[in-house]
Design a protein around this ligand. Structure first.
Ligand SMILES: NC(=O)C1=CN([C@@H]2O[C@H](COP(=O)(O)OP(=O)(O)OC[C@H]3O[C@@H](n4cnc5c(N)ncnc54)[C@H](OP(=O)(O)O)[C@@H]3O)[C@@H](O)[C@H]2O)C=CC1
Ligand SMILES: O=C(O)C1=N[C@H](C(=O)O)C[C@H](O)C1
Length: 245
C-alpha cells in the first residue's frame, strides 16, 4: 500500500484527491493537512508520497519542507517560476533518489492539447492562448496556459520563426500577458471549471485546439499515476507528459 499524505486536503482539489485515494486499491491516506498544520509532520515513518494542492503562496515552502523530510512529492499547485524551480533543484541536490514531480495540469485533455499545440506551432504565423476558469481561482493566467505559451514559443524558436504579426499601437492596449512572446488571455466566469483554447492562424485559415475539464475528477487519473510513479525519476520533473509519452 502506498501511504499518501495530502496538503490542502480541505480544498476543492484536495477533497477530490482524498476521495480518489479512498477508491484506489493500492493506496491509503496518511496525514491530511490544512493551512494551520506543519508540513514537517509528514515524514517517511508515516508517508511514502505527499500530494500538494494548496496555494501559489504556500507551495514552495511546503515543497522545501518535504524535501527536508525526505518524502517524495507530487504537486499540482501553481505559482512556479524558473527561480522557484531552481530553489527546488538546489534543495534536491542534497537528497539523491528523492523526487519532486510538478504537473501544471493532470488532465489528459490538457496534456494532449499542449502537445498538439507544440506540434502545430511551427506551421502558423500567429498563436494566442485563452484560458477560462471558475472565478474562485486565485492566480491568472493559469499555470497550464503559462506552460502552453512557453511550449509554443520554444517550438517557434526551434523553427527559426520571428515575432508574430501585431499592429497594436495604442498606449494602453488590452492584449493579455505576453509570455515568451505569446499573448495569454484569462477569463473568470461562474459556471466554468478549467478550460483552455489555443488559437493559431495563417492567411485564410485557423486551427483551434480546445481542452475542457468540466469536473475535477478529470485530474484524478493523472494524480494517481504520478503517485504510483513517485521516485521513478529522481530529482525534479515538470509535466505529466514525462509519464505518458
Ligand atoms: N495541476 C492540476 O491539474 C490542477 C491544479 N490546480 C491548482 O491547485 C491549487 C489548488 O486549487 P484548488 O483546490 O482549487 O484551491 P482551494 O483554495 O480550493 O484549495 C486550497 C486548499 O489549500 C489550503 N491551504 C492553503 N495554504 C496551505 C498550507 N500552507 N498548507 C496546507 N493547506 C493549505 C487552503 O485552506 P484555506 O482555504 O483555509 O486557506 C485550501 O483548503 C491551485 O494552485 C490550482 O491552480 C487545480 C486544479 C488542477
Ligand atoms: O485552479 C484551477 O482550477 C486549475 N488550475 C491549474 C492551472 O492553473 O493551470 C490547472 C487547471 O487549469 C485547473
Amino acid at each position: 500500500m502506498i501511504r499518501v499524505s495530502v496538503l490542502g486536503a480541505g480544498g476543492r482539489m484536495g477533497t477530490e484527491v482524498v476521495r480518489a485515494l479512498k477508491d484506489a486499491q493500492d493506496m491509503q491516506t496518511a496525514l491530511l493537512l490544512g493551512p494551520d498544520d506543519d508540513p514537517a509532520a509528514i515524514n517517511p515513518s508515516n508517508t511514502d508520497v505527499a500530494v500538494d494542492f494548496t496555494s501559489p503562496d504556500a507551495v514552495l515552502g511546503n515543497t522545501l519542507a518535504l524535501i527536508g523530510q525526505g518524502v517524495h512529492t507530487v504537486i499540482g499547485t501553481t505559482g512556479w517560476t524558473k527561480e522557484r524551480l531552481d530553489q527546488v533543484r538546489q534543495a534536491l541536490d542534497g537528497h539523491p533518489g528523492l523526487s519532486v514531480f510538478i504537473a501544471p495540469n493532470f488532465a489528459i485533455s490538457a496534456v494532449l492539447a499542449d502537445r498538439f499545440a507544440a506540434m502545430a506551432a511551427r506551421y502558423f504565423e500567429s498563436a494566442e492562448v485563452v484560458e477560462l476558469h471558475h472565478p474562485d481561482k486565485v492566480d491568472a493566467p493559469s499555470g497550464t496556459a503559462l506552460g502552453t505559451a512557453s511550449a509554443i514559443a520554444e517550438a517557434r524558436r526551434q523553427a527559426g520563426m520571428g515575432p508574430m504579426p501585431d499592429a497594436t499601437q495604442q498606449p494602453d492596449p488590452s492584449r493579455g500577458r505576453v509570455v515568451d512572446g505569446v499573448h495569454v488571455h484569462a477569463v473568470r466566469l461562474r459556471g466554468l471549471n478549467a478550460h483552455e483554447e489555443i488559437l493559431m492562424g495563417n492567411p485564410g485559415e485557423q486551427l483551434t485546439i480546445r481542452a475542457d475539464s468540466f469536473e475535477r475528477v478529470s485530474f484524478m487519473p493523472g494524480v494517481l499515476l504520478a503517485v504510483r510513479r513517485a521516485g521513478s525519476i529522481p530529482g525534479l520533473t515538470v509535466g505529466l507528459d514525462h509519464y505518458l509519452f
